[in-house]
Write a protein that binds this ligand. Structure first.
Ligand code: NDP
Length: 302
């Protein structure tokens, strides 16, 4: 918000999942106000048609997205983005910018950027944090990798769903930051669950214990926003799949190993999240990872 605007013509959005749906809706609302179109494509076409009906976007075939000046993607992993680039690459015009909001791999971003650059197409990795609610509110944290000129061109559009939109370095940097963000989130979630499980075994009443922890220096985003809402209630509402969090933590671990950093806590969090996924499944909300801690301690966090 509050950035200078530059003319944006047509935008396109690939992937209308939990995140892509509200992000593309923000783009459509912004561009419709300027009399400009937002094309949307989704593997399951009914979702694109429903998006068009609800948010004023335009459902299109993947190939038709070649008319867009800015192509956004938000897919599960870099592999699905590669497939879309394969299908579109020969059709794209020089000057187009591809903005990948997937939580992807830095190495994949560098390869994708190089392939697109050969066709004169710019690339930004621009993963997001803040969940579907943040997208609906236009307050997502957006961490962007890419060159400054391409970032400046894309910024007015990124601002439609972002509250904090920052360039963090060259291509791949956005994905690197996002992977650290999410492995930290997973680490915090598991560690607060471990702390609470040990307290329950000591006979402590968890509800007031969490309240004072959240008022103290042990608080984290997970302890403040996930435990009482999702875990104590046993609601575990599906917002962000555990399989995606385990994937992100795996990317963080891959990046740690690539630069030979020493990060034993992050490595352990990545392994535990993978174990949680194997135990409770990848399609449940990520907060169900606490079930692993519950099983290890034979307690329920409620
Ligand atoms: P969802 O599972 O809700 O949606 C995935 C989307 O990808 C759907 O549109 C799906 O299409 C599409 N898709 C899946 N496989 C393919 C394929 N092989 N080819 C083409 N399209 C495909 O995911 P999210 O929206 O939750 O996550 C998207 C990205 O955003 C991930 O990288 C995730 O880590 C990240 N993220 C998620 C957050 C969250 O809170 N959910 C928060 C921040 C980042 P279809 O409808 O046909 O299944």
């Amino acid at each position: 918000m509050g950035h200078p605007t530059t003319p944006a013509r047509i935008a396109a959005f690939i992937g209308l999942g939990a995140m892509g749906t509200p992000m593309a809706a923000q783009l459509a609302r912004h561009l419709n106000g300027q009399g400009r179109a937002t094309l949307v494509w989704n593997r399951t076409p009914g979702k694109a048609e429903a998006h068009a009906a609800e948010y004023g976007s335009v459902a299109a075939s993947l190939e038709d997205l070649d008319s867009a000046d800015f192509i956004f993607s938000c897919l599960p992993t870099s592999a699905e983005v590669d497939t879309c680039i394969d299908r579109l690459l020969s059709r794209l015009r020089p000057g187009t910018v591809w903005i990948d909001c997937t939580s992807g791999r830095p190495a994949a971003a560098r390869e994708q950027a190089a392939r697109l650059a050969a066709a004169g197409v710019g690339f930004l990795d621009a993963p997001v944090s803040g969940g579907p609610a943040g997208a609906r509110a236009g307050t997502l944290a957006v961490m962007v990798g890419g060159d400054e000129a391409t970032f400046a061109r894309a910024l007015p559009l990124l601002d439609t769903f972002g509250g904090t939109v920052l360039r963090v370095g060259p291509v791949g940097s956005g994905f690197a930051v996002k992977a650290v963000n999410n492995v930290l989130m997973g680490l915090h979630l598991l560690s607060v669950a471990e702390g609470l499980a040990s307290l329950k075994k000591q006979g402590v009443d968890l509800a007031p214990a969490l309240t004072v922890l959240n008022a103290g220096s042990g608080a984290s985003f997970s302890s403040q926003n996930k435990i009482s809402q999702q875990v104590f209630t046993r609601r575990f509402s599906p917002m962000f799949r555990l399989g995606l969090l385990a994937k992100d933590a795996g990317i963080a671990l891959e990046n740690v190993q690539e630069v030979q950093a020493s990060a034993p806590l992050l490595a352990q969090a990545a392994m535990l999240l993978r174990a949680a996924q194997a135990t409770v499944g990848g399609d449940v909300d990520h907060t169900e990872a606490v079930r692993l801690v519950e099983a290890l301690n034979n307690v329920e966090l409620s």
